[in-house]
Ligand binder design. Structure first.
Ligand code: ZN
Length: 147
């Protein structure tokens, strides 16, 4: 409200700014979509027999604001959708890991489940001697699901 009691009116500059922000947003969105297209095409063109992806528990993860943003930015559903149809084109089996499968917490060497592993723990150390990056460990576990 201004001093006359009218609703705030947008200045010409503000309108201009809003337009350029909208343009930038759409530009960023296009870059992201283009990137996902290139990335998923690159993956299927290596002609693997199968691709395993994790059905993330997005609902539970949304409770964590940082993760919610991260998931949004990664456009997980866009990636999954693109992989789904591109795998069909190339006759690649797309395996969806169960969202409750503890891919990060399971030792890829001996199978022991490390229930105490937190999201902030980037490395998994196991009694069996395994000492590995958590994502690499999870990837090995997910790859096993397809074989
Ligand atoms: Zn182990």
């Amino acid at each position: 409200m201004n001093k006359e009691g009218n609703r705030y009116r947008k200045t010409r500059n503000l309108i201009k700014l809003e337009k350029s922000i909208a343009k930038l947003r759409s530009h960023i969105n296009n870059i992201r979509k283009d990137y996902i297209h290139k990335m998923t095409t690159e993956i299927v063109k290596t002609k693997p027999s199968h691709i395993v992806i994790e059905d993330l528990n997005a609902k539970g993860m949304m409770k964590n604001q940082h993760l919610a943003k991260h998931i949004q930015q990664c456009n997980f559903y866009e990636i999954r959708w693109q992989l789904e149809y591109k795998c069909k084109w190339y006759n690649i089996e797309l395996v969806m890991a169960d969202r409750w499968y503890p891919s990060s917490k399971t030792c890829s060497s001996c199978g022991q489940i490390h229930k105490g592993l937190r999201l902030s723990d980037r490395w998994i150390k196991c009694d069996c001697g395994l000492n590995l990056d958590r994502d690499l460990n999870a990837s090995i576990n997910l790859a096993k699901l397809a074989s």
